[in-house]
Design a protein around this ligand. Structure first.
Ligand SMILES: Cc1ncc(COP(=O)(O)O)c(C=O)c1O
Length: 422
């Protein structure tokens, strides 16, 4: 019998206090009793119900937003492999529970659907991940949205505001938001923090007063570029039940194979974050000193941290940075990407390999042009998700890209007509 995930130890419970240990052991407490060393992958879509009265009690518990009291009945309602990954993430997050979804955007949508049942209005601090911005701006879910700045949350909240949304560090500008300050401004309205860039290793928003923390687990949590997943964690019973109900009814469930891979990725999360962060810190310094780069955006550098949250809320700058190419040639980003031999030109982040992309063309293409520019998503901005390779190899490839941009600039300059002085 698989132990019920809600009975597994939480962050701070006796078995383990350190995040490195929790990352390895979370969601595995009943393995000795089961006689296994790796999480069993349960691919059942339906579960036997030989005892009908017990099945009725179990389905009633799940429909009310709880967990099964007996048979899981049907995999859209509950899956033990998914529950293990959820339990492991809740331990890292210091949360009562985590609810896993098919993707980060499915998790976002579930939170907004719950909010929709509580009020007509949400407040969102820009910049946000492009699709999240687009989902909100489209009005698709029937919510009225006020977009604001980190200082404008109190003014933006209304009696019918059901949720305040922030993302920190923000995608793709790496700007930091002070969670405790936003919670104070929200004055009792629940705050949801998308902490995908930070991971729970560097930021635990619930400790700073947030009601919900969201991760695109597609990124560093799974960590190997082979999973789509999203997770929401909370200590609030009513949100927890409502999120499970939305997942159950909309069917936005995480597949157990994906949950298994996510769970496996968590074991090395602290190691990967540490290595990616030390690489990124070094690369931010080298890029900042390179003549082919006009600005580097990385937590703690430039104007990214106006309220000094690095060290207070965010425990480290992380593995993602952005930089501006010193070129006004609209083809410069494409030239840069075409010259790379090691770094993968691709969206997403938090993988073992280094990824680079051009936000204005890809992740933030769906955001309106004026909003993009107002939030620093310029035509020359490149976003780099640093992997765990050797830093010198990543650097050599970045220099290849910067050289390609510079040599195109020199070619254009030398081809320009020279006018003889009269
Ligand atoms: C910060 C952030 N939040 C949410 C998402 C959406 O996650 P997913 O792609 O898993 O749906 C992404 C995806 O890039 C992201 O970067």
């Amino acid at each position: 019998m698989i132990a019920h995930p809600d009975t597994l130890p939480r962050h701070g419970d006796a078995a383990a206090d350190h995040v490195d240990t929790l990352a390895v052991h979370g969601g595995r407490d009943d393995f000795i009793a089961l006689g296994v060393h790796a999480p069993p992958i349960d691919l059942s879509s339906t579960y036997p119900v030989p005892d009908l009265p017990a099945a009725i009690a179990s389905i009633d518990a799940m429909v009310a937003g709880g967990t099964p009291t007996g048979s899981a009945i049907y995999s859209r309602l509950y899956n033990p492999t998914v529950a293990r990954a959820e339990s492991a993430i809740a331990a890292l997050e210091g949360a009562q529970a985590t609810v896993a979804f098919a993707s980060g955007m499915a998790a976002y949508t579930a939170a907004l659907l719950v909010a929709r049942g509580r009020g007509n209005h949400v407040v969102a601090v820009r910049p946000l991940y492009g699709s999240a911005d687009h989902l909100l701006a489209s009005g698709m879910l029937g919510l009225e949205v006020t977009f604001t700045t980190p200082d404008g949350v109190a003014d933006a909240c209304r009696p019918d505001t059901a949720l305040v949304l922030i993302e920190t560090p923000a995608n793709p500008t790496l700007h930091l938001v002070d969670i405790a300050d936003v919670v104070r401004q929200a004055g009792g309205v629940p705050v949801m923090v998308d902490a995908t860039f930070a991971t729970p290793i560097l930021l635990r928003p619930l400790e700073h007063g947030a009601t919900l923390v969201l991760h695109s687990a597609t990124k560093a949590l799974a960590g190997h570029g082979d999973v789509l997943a999203g997770v929401l964690s909370t200590n609030d019973e009513t949100w927890l039940a409502a999120l499970r109900q939305v997942r159950l009814l909309t069917g936005s469930v995480l597949h157990p194979m994906a949950a298994y891979l996510l769970h496996r990725g968590l074991a090395t999360l602290p190691l990967r974050v540490e290595r990616a962060q030390s690489n990124a810190t070094e690369l931010a310094a080298r890029l900042g000193a390179h003549e082919g780069v006009t600005a580097v955006h990385y937590p703690g550098l430039g104007d990214t941290d106006p309220r000094g949250v690095l060290g207070r809320e965010l425990l480290g700058p992380g593995g993602t940075l952005a930089f501006e190419l010193a070129s006004d040639d609209p083809d410069a980003p494409a030239r840069f990407l075409a010259a790379l031999e090691l770094i993968t030109p691709a969206v997403s982040l938090g993988s073992t390999d280094t990824l680079i992309q051009h936000p204005a063309s890809l992740t933030h293409r769906v955001v309106e042009d004026d909003v993009r520019r107002a939030h620093g998503i310029t035509p020359t901005l490149m976003r780099l998700s640093v992997g765990v390779e050797h830093v010198d190899d990543i650097w050599r490839d970045l220099v290849r890209g910067l050289d390609a941009v510079a040599s195109a600039r020199r070619t254009v300059a030398s081809a320009a007509p020279h006018h003889a002085m009269p």
